[in-house]
Design a protein around this ligand. Structure first.
Ligand SMILES: Cc1cc2nc3c(=O)[nH]c(=O)nc-3n(C[C@H](O)[C@H](O)[C@H](O)COP(=O)(O)OP(=O)(O)OC[C@H]3O[C@@H](n4cnc5c(N)ncnc54)[C@H](O)[C@@H]3O)c2cc1C
Ligand code: FES
Length: 236
């Protein structure tokens, strides 16, 4: 069954370093779980941003749904300009919380989905990597004690130091190259690893096949199978 689409009022649009925090009045909407995503469209939508854009929630409170945005083009720009947002979701599969220690790894705007996960895994160790200090400002939203690195240092460097002997689960979100490196390190140390992946998405619920990526060695729809996958499925 197709999830409900509804219009939620914009409560605030706030700069967060190089990113933008979009806070919507939740108004009873189903928030899903961390790692799931929503198709968002400004209401009313401008002509150059008619299609919804896939975005995962940064957190959900009783009365608020928040999204951290890397404003890249017309879709994300329109979301920060209007008084309301059309919200379809929650969609896809989010993180599956495993017992035991947790290591959360975020790269760039991939950090956006971690504040909510931190609330559910308060003992987790958090590693974040960014391109510039301005991008790293959002680390404060994720965890006050996060290990934060800025290029040229890569987030996989502190991860490589922590993984030997680590008995727990790695939860990661970031650019493809970073996720590939995280998956390889986790496999090398026999550590369970879940990756929140990205692909361009037109519908978000399995109808357009536009989001096909290699999963289990075959082309499959990321919006249906993921966007969170066991690392072994994504690199098979
Ligand atoms: C499941 C999922 C969750 C996401 N969560 C977030 C989030 O929390 N915050 C956030 O800011 N973004 C998130 N994204 C990415 C976001 O959907 C895209 O950046 C957005 O659709 C771009 O739309 P636009 O109209 O602003 O830019 P466009 O004009 O459509 O694109 C601008 C530039 O970004 C590139 N681009 C577009 N989509 C992607 C993508 N998915 N990955 C990499 N490059 C892309 C385009 O090739 C182009 O160069 C998520 C994507 C997915 C699939
Ligand atoms: S976005 Fe349409 S099938 Fe996945």
């Amino acid at each position: 069954m197709l999830p409900q689409s509804r219009s939620l009022a914009v409560r605030a649009v706030e700069a967060c370093g190089a990113y933008t925090l979009l806070r919507l009045r939740r108004d009873g909407a189903d928030a899903g779980v961390p790692g799931q995503f929503f198709m968002l469209r400004a209401a009313p939508a401008p002509a150059d941003a008619y299609l919804s854009r896939p975005i995962s929630a940064a957190w959900a409170d009783d009365d608020e749904l928040a999204f951290l945005l890397d404003v890249r083009g017309p879709g994300t720009r329109a979301l920060t300009a209007g008084g309301a947002v059309e919200v379809l979701g929650p969609l896809g599969h989010g993180f599956e919380l495993a017992p035991g220690p947790a290591l959360l790894v975020g790269g760039g705007i991939g950090a956006a989905i971690l504040p909510w996960l931190v609330r559910l895994l308060p003992e987790a160790r958090v590693l974040l990597g960014f391109r510039t200090d301005a991008h790293a400002v959002c680390a404060a939203l994720v965890h006050p004690d996060a290990t934060v690195v800025v290029e040229p240092e890569l987030v996989t460097e502190p991860l490589a130091r922590l993984l030997p002997g680590f008995e727990g689960t790695v939860y990661a979100c970031g650019p493809d190259a970073m996720l590939g490196a995280v998956a390889a390190l986790a496999a090398e140390h026999g550590v369970a690893c879940q990756l929140a992946m990205e692909a361009a998405m037109a519908c978000g619920f399995g109808a357009c096949h536009g989001c096909a990526v290699k999963i289990d060695g075959r082309w499959k729809r990321l919006c249906v199978e993921g966007p969170v996958l066991e690392a072994s499925r994504a690199v098979a």
